[in-house]
Design a protein around this ligand. Structure first.
Ligand code: GUN
Length: 284
């Protein structure tokens, strides 16, 4: 039976540390780190995430600026808002909540955010820096997973790491970070053949595809570390991960639950990135 990775516990510990670091930074430089969060439209899931981000900022002493724009906002209007925030000295981090309404290009919007304020690490400059291992920000979800692995003393060197999912936000950067820590990494996706043969060989398995209960017990090796990035809403309203938790937990050595695994870590990493951005702005 697997040990359950407690994302809430690790997240709370890191937030306590961040609170101290933010206070020390304020004392030393007289600057309060600031995060601007832009939401366009009224996607209910986005509204929950955005609310949680503001609350988390307040908890650690980061000022958050909430910018809510109507669905009809034009691309130009959004880009101008970003220009304004890029120039604002009180704003160290800018996050545009995705997804955006269809008439706005996510690529244009991401490209417009000043790379030094890109606390999501979605800008091509930051993505490129991660590729060569010389980065200041990491995207929040993979960064949170790396912190969990570190906290639970999971040694990555030489291990067979399998990432299921190849999104720009999770799968691809996750693969790079595991590679950087000397894992032997395989990335699988919807066109992968004989997927379970590959997942069954994994020592560390990260699943991020957005299909409830997709990873079943027969796809997992005994003793594997299983990280579930999925957040899927079931018809009865409950949340489910991408992993069939009960059955897989019988085989894994460590496993993240949903909720309470990866989720709590992501916002914590956003706070960390905002502090990093404020520090670089202060120190040049
Ligand atoms: N929507 C879902 N996840 C994310 C994220 O990590 N960042 C942003 N900006 N939007 C999201």
């Amino acid at each position: 039976m697997a040990e359950i990775i407690d994302g809430k516990l690790v997240s709370n510990k890191l937030r306590e540390e961040l609170k101290v670091e933010v206070a020390n930074f304020k004392n030393e430089f007289g600057i309060t780190p600031g995060l601007a969060v832009i939401m366009v439209g009224d996607n209910p899931a986005s509204a929950v995430y955005v609310r949680n981000k503001h609350k988390a900022c307040a908890d650690v002493g980061i000022t958050s600026y909430q910018i809510e724009l109507p669905t009809e906002t034009s691309e130009d209007e959004l880009l101008s808002k970003i220009d304004e925030l890029n120039a604002d000295k009180n704003v160290h981090g800018i996050l545009v909540q995705l997804p955006l309404p269809k008439h706005i290009s996510e690529e244009k919007v991401i490209n417009r955010i000043c790379a030094d304020k890109d606390v999501d690490a979605f800008h091509p400059i930051n993505v490129g820096k991660i590729m060569i291992g010389n980065y200041s920000f990491l995207p929040c979800t993979p960064a949170g997973i790396m912190e969990l692995l570190r906290y639970y003393n999971v040694d990555i060197t030489g291990k067979k790491c399998v990432v299921v999912g190849r999104s720009n936000i999770v799968g691809k950067p996750m693969a790079l970070l595991l590679l950087e820590k000397h894992g032997t990494v395989t990335v699988c996706h919807s066109r992968t053949r004989e997927l379970s043969e590959i997942t069954k060989a994994a020592d560390i398995l990260v699943v991020a595809i957005g299909k409830a209960g997709f990873l079943t017990a027969d796809m997992v090796k005994d003793g594997a570390v299983v990280i579930d990035v999925g957040i899927n809403r079931l018809p009865d309203g409950r949340l489910s991960g991408d992993v069939d938790f009960e059955a897989v937990a019988e085989h894994a050595s460590l496993i993240t639950p949903v909720p309470g695994g990866v989720g709590p870590m992501t916002i914590t990493m956003l706070l960390k990135n905002t502090l990093t951005a404020a520090k670089s702005a202060a120190m040049g």
